[in-house]
Design a protein around this ligand. Structure first.
Ligand code: BGC
Length: 752
């Protein structure tokens, strides 16, 4: 216990201690004046400050703030410095509003496109998620405000989020679902973390000691406080025992339950002191770091919101360089689809920010084009659901036909992407599809601009549309950002942080989502997103990491500083990226690692490094990545450790997971040994991996009148059958000469 805090806690009554472990109300902790402990205020995020107007139990109405792009869009920037800047801007707004902890970022893995909260999460890949989260946290905390990683862990659906159990094997947890948290904790030291609503393998996340104490603190080195998701605590005493520091919001019954648990001996008071110490450390720290006279330049934040939105948008398709549009050649534009005016800038639920500026693409395009260009607009579809009038559609088509270009705004309505509810399918409404299909038939210069926070199905109409821009839910700057990209004031540089499969049925979680009987089992294991699509060689609509630019990039000169390395070495990988087009632009260079041969199944590639490179036309830059043992390892759940296996690894460098431009092979000499594990049912074939086992197998083979060396067809066949037998069968075949005891002691020597 830190001495200062120790002294405070020593003076606290049991009742005071228990009181402090749950909130005072929805958004703050209890102040204890007699101990000089102030209240600590928390507020949602994550893509902007959502501070409620009042401290009372209100769920609507928050202070005006900058609404930045949501997490799907943030991660599509692949720009660590930019995300840090966004975090810092939000941190400043927290300071200006007396908020000490921002409840974000959310970094749950996008296991299925249907998760209703996918817009709040970064990616299907833990490396990208972890790096983005770390950047965001570093930004927020640089302003003296704590960030809060959420939701820990395996909270990958909204369906039954408060009652189901996510059943995930340990390897999958470590490699996919915990990995992003691990990276973020190690690279940004977040001051808090929110545990999830769901159970993990049958134990509530809020009561899971393995998760909250052994892994989180013991292994990842987390030293902030753990707060429950709002209402996630079912047994306050068990939660404290497991490592929960703060239950939110207030729960009138919890303090008594905790006091009684201590009195009855179910909970030790020292346990309370421990969890209280971690909480108090942050309450006192954030109190010290409060800035009272902070001036926030909201106009600057709006500019940042626009820049971030621009960098996040992904040009999915651009046939015959239809984009950028040259406004000098355009006399009339048809802008179709309600989202052009009633922009979807964020998703629904607790993350909903009250933007201080509401711009839309229609107004921004009109302002940009000026009076000489005719702009015609029709909303066509309703804001929610799938309603439209066929006469509106006919009018829209006629409008599009007469114009030089049609900009069609489509995507997912507000009620499709909302906290608490998963999507039922991956499609956009029929009203949106009809609009894009019919317009594209009469207008060759049709651009689809998508508003959605997660992957959608596009295949049905993709071929008809020459250009598609994924504009995400890109915050209050999205209208201007779309305009700048469409008309070439900004060069698109976003890349997908999630694969767009052709159909929902192709998603690896499809048959195991959302589960039943309050259980969802992650049978697809580590094969999430591109790890599955690429390993299975399944055609996708747009692969992970995909995104076009108005310029072109060339990759060359891959160079590694060693072709053979040990697991103590750092490997340096260098290559060059050149802007070979006529415009300045940015490319996201991605490095994937492929384990050529491995004992356990592994994906054909995994993202291990990336860099966004800004290049003037004709400019070339050297990119350098460093890889260590971690980047070659997988989690071996039998040995309970990360394991780097000796052998060849291929480094794949490219512009998306399916557009690999450079590769290089290296050889890893690992010092890690697999601990032998032979038992009665180990196949004879496995015994060959051990010198003594090999001699044993050869002897038995000899007694069968054959050998390992013979290449007679009958011997080859007999050997195949023999080697598949479990070791215990040697006892049966020995006619009494070899007993079970003898086998067990022999196996014990092999296992030494
Ligand atoms: C959400 C959290 C959020 C909290 C407070 C919960 O329902 O899951 O993400 O931070 O409410 O609003």
């Amino acid at each position: 216990m830190t001495p200062e805090i120790g002294k405070i806690i020593d003076k606290m009554s049991l009742a005071d201690k228990a009181k402090l472990l749950s909130g005072r109300d929805i958004w703050s902790t209890h102040p204890l004046e007699n101990h000089n402990i102030p209240a600590m205020y928390v507020a949602d995020g994550p893509h902007g400050l959502r501070k409620m107007d009042s401290d009372v139990a209100e769920l609507h109405g928050s202070v005006p703030a900058t609404c930045f792009p949501t997490a799907s869009a943030l991660s599509a920037t692949w720009n660590i410095d930019l995300i840090q800047e966004v975090g810092a801007a939000i941190g400043k707004e927290c300071q200006a509003n007396n908020v000490q902890i921002l409840l974000g970022p959310g970094l749950n893995i996008k296991r299925t496109p249907l998760n209703g909260r996918n817009f709040e999460y970064y990616s299907e890949d833990p490396h990208l998620s972890g790096k983005m989260a770390a950047a965001f946290v570093n930004g927020v905390q640089s302003e003296g405000v704590g960030a809060c990683l959420k939701h820990f862990v395996a909270n990958n659906q909204e369906h039954e989020r408060m009652m189901n159990s996510s059943n995930v094997d340990e390897r999958t947890l470590r490699e996919i679902y915990l990995k992003g948290f691990e990276i973020a904790i190690k690279e940004s030291n977040p001051w808090s973390l929110m545990c999830a609503y769901n159970k993990l393998n049958g134990v509530w996340a809020a009561e899971n000691q393995w998760l909250l104490t052994e892994v989180l603190r013991g292994e990842f080195g987390f030293n902030g406080f753990v707060v429950s998701d709002w209402g996630a605590v079912n047994h306050p005493n068990r939660a404290v025992q497991a490592g929960l520091n703060l239950e939110m919001p207030d729960n009138a019954f919890s303090p008594d339950i905790i006091v009684n648990a201590v009195k009855s001996g179910d909970l030790e008071e020292e346990r309370l002191d421990t969890v209280l110490t971690d909480l108090l450390k942050i309450i006192l720290k954030t109190n010290e770091l409060k800035k009272t006279k902070i001036q926030v330049d909201l106009n600057e934040h709006h500019k940042l919101a626009v820049r971030t939105a621009e960098e996040s948008m992904v040009l999915l398709k651009n046939e015959n360089d239809l984009l950028p549009l040259n406004h000098k050649h355009i006399k009339s534009v048809a802008i179709l689809g309600r989202f052009a005016k009633q922009a979807r800038i964020q998703g629904g639920g607790s993350s909903n920010v009250n933007p201080f500026i509401k711009e839309n693409a229609l107004a921004c395009i009109q302002a940009m084009l000026g009076e000489d260009t005719e702009v015609h607009y029709l909303p066509v579809y309703e804001p929610l659901g799938d309603k439209y009038d066929t006469s509106d559609l006919a009018q829209a088509v006629a409008m599009a036909k007469k114009a030089d270009v049609a900009l069609v705004f489509i995507g997912l309505p507000d009620d499709f992407e909302v906290e608490g509810l998963d999507r039922e399918h991956m499609d956009i409404p029929e009203s949106h599809k009809a609009l894009i299909r019919e317009v594209a038939q009469v207008q060759p210069n049709t651009v689809a601009i998508l508003s959605n926070g997660a992957a959608i199905e596009i295949e049905e109409w993709e071929r008809d549309v020459p250009a598609i821009l994924e504009s995400w839910l890109a915050g209050q700057g999205s209208g201007l950002a779309v305009t700048n990209i469409l008309f070439g004031k900004a060069n698109p540089s976003g890349k997908l942080g999630e694969s767009f499969p052709l159909r929902l049925q192709h998603n690896p979680a499809h048959l195991n989502f959302p589960g039943f009987n309050r259980e969802v089992t992650y049978h697809e294991g580590i094969f999430v997103g591109y790890r599955y699509y690429d390993t299975k060689s399944i055609e996708v609509m747009y692969p992970f990491g995909h995104g076009l630019s108005y310029t072109t990039f060339e990759y060359s000169n891959i160079l590694v500083d060693k072709k053979e390395l040990t697991d103590k070495d750092t490997l340096k990988v260098r290559f060059r990226v050149k802007n070979t087009g006529k415009l300045a632009g940015a490319e996201v260079a991605q490095l994937y690692v492929r384990d050529v041969v491995s004992t356990f199944p592994r994906p054909v590639k995994e993202l291990k490094a990336f860099k966004k490179v800004y290049l003037e036309a004709g400019e070339e830059q050297l990119v350098e990545f460093e890889l260590t043992k971690t980047d070659f390892s997988y989690y071996d759940d039998r040995q309970s450790c990360w394991f780097a296996e000796s052998g060849e690894f291929q480094l794949l460098i490219g512009s998306s997971s399916r557009d690999i431009r450079l590769h290089e092979m290296i050889l890893l000499e690992s010092s890690q040994q697999r601990i032998p594990h032979f038992d009665r049912y180990s196949p004879m074939r496995d015994l060959l991996n051990h010198p003594a086992g090999q001699a044993f197998v050869k002897n038995i083979l000899k007694s069968f009148g054959t050998s390992m060396e013979s290449d007679k067809p009958e011997d080859i066949q007999a050997r195949a059958i023999f080697l598949s037998l479990p070791a215990v069968k040697a006892v049966n075949f020995s006619h009494g000469a070899f007993s079970l005891d003898m086998l067990d002691s022999f196996l014990a020597t092999l296992n030494e």
